[in-house]
Design a binder for this molecule. Structure first.
Ligand code: NCD
Length: 314
């Protein structure tokens, strides 16, 4: 695998292989010495044109645990603010000798443009492009869910028949898109719930069911509920009347959480708006995988960097 740009173009075998390599990586993270020599002498650049906490730290930890040299490049305070283009930035990184570029960019399609541009020889890993995709987030979500459902027998398995509810601001969510493609490829049944104004145009053509009634979706006892952050920074208009109304209709309140079966997994990619889309009761419960998702993110990104930078045609 040369690049990791989206989950839409991952086939089932490749996706399961990636999750299995992540399991191997996770096993190495239980050791006292967590560092592997795999990417010694290679340079990975974290090229972030958008704010990020978990994703950037997670990629940095992943690359360092594989012994790569890591350069963190945040667009704020760099020549990008002086109007330098993605092309010039990429060519600078090529000249420095980057082997891998982890790109987060506000424009949908930016990672694919960079990978197909001919400006660089490096592998490109998409760390979020606009509202389009965030493949490593979906992979870490699938990894977390697979572990919760199959436990020690997870290796080699998909998510066949697992019913996942994705709730909230689907319109602006690259996390939702990447999850829709990956989870359905792995055999899961995905339902999207949110206010009609926050469901994307053309969603009827996605391999999912769609609705706006969270209470009846919860009554159907899903295996997992994935809450999404309301992405105010991507909203120029008012998409819902008030935060109170949003929480009342689409928030995972304490009352809704208590109606879910004991076995339902509660997920959130972070950053969370506590008390808005998710209550602390749900977020901090043993059924919540929020911190497990963060921890698993490192193993999944180690797998992604390993397969793109050292994995050849695997
Ligand atoms: C997500 C993102 O940036 O797309 N966060 C993340 O990577 N963990 C989701 C979000 O910002 O709400």
């Amino acid at each position: 695998m040369k690049h990791l740009l989206s989950t839409r173009d991952l086939d089932r075998d490749t996706a399961i292989d990636l999750l299995d390599v992540a399991l191997d990586m996770a096993a190495t993270q239980q050791r006292e010495v967590k560092k592997l020599p795999t990417l010694r002498g290679r340079t990975v650049v974290n090229l972030f044109f958008e704010d990020s906490t978990r994703t950037r730290i997670s990629f940095e930890a992943a690359a360092k645990r594989l012994s790569a040299d890591v350069i963190n490049f945040a667009a704020k305070g760099s020549s990008v603010e002086k109007g330098e283009s993605l092309q010039d930035t990429a060519q600078t990184l090529e000249a420095i000798g980057a082997d891998g570029i982890v790109l987060r960019h506000p424009a949908s399609g930016a990672a694919a443009v960079l990978a197909g541009s001919g400006w660089i020889r490096a592998s490109v890993v998409n760390a979020g492009d606009g509202t389009h995709e965030h493949p490593t987030q979906a992979l870490l979500d699938a990894f977390t869910l697979r572990n919760r459902i199959h436990g020690d027998a997870a290796r080699g398995k998909g998510l066949d028949g697992v019913r996942v509810l994705i709730v909230g601001d689907i319109l602006h969510s690259r996390v939702a898109r990447s999850n829709v493609w990956l989870l359905t490829t792995l055999g899961a049944e995905v339902a999207l719930i949110g206010p009609r104004t926050l469901l994307p145009f053309g969603v009827e053509e996605w391999p999912v069911t769609v609705g706006d009634d969270l209470d009846s979706a919860i009554a159907a006892a899903p295996d997992a509920v994935m809450m999404l952050r309301v992405q105010r920074e991507r909203m120029a208009d008012a998409f819902f009347p008030s935060t109170r109304e949003y929480s009342a209709n689409w928030g995972l309140t304490g009352a809704r959480f208590r109606r879910l079966p004991e076995s339902t997994v509660v997920m959130h990619p972070g950053p969370m708006n506590r008390g808005f889309e998710i209550s602390s009761e749900a977020a901090d419960s043993p059924r919540s995988t929020v911190l497990e998702q963060v921890a698993n993110g490192v193993s999944v990104r180690m797998a992604a960097l390993y397969l793109t930078l050292a994995g050849g045609d695997r």
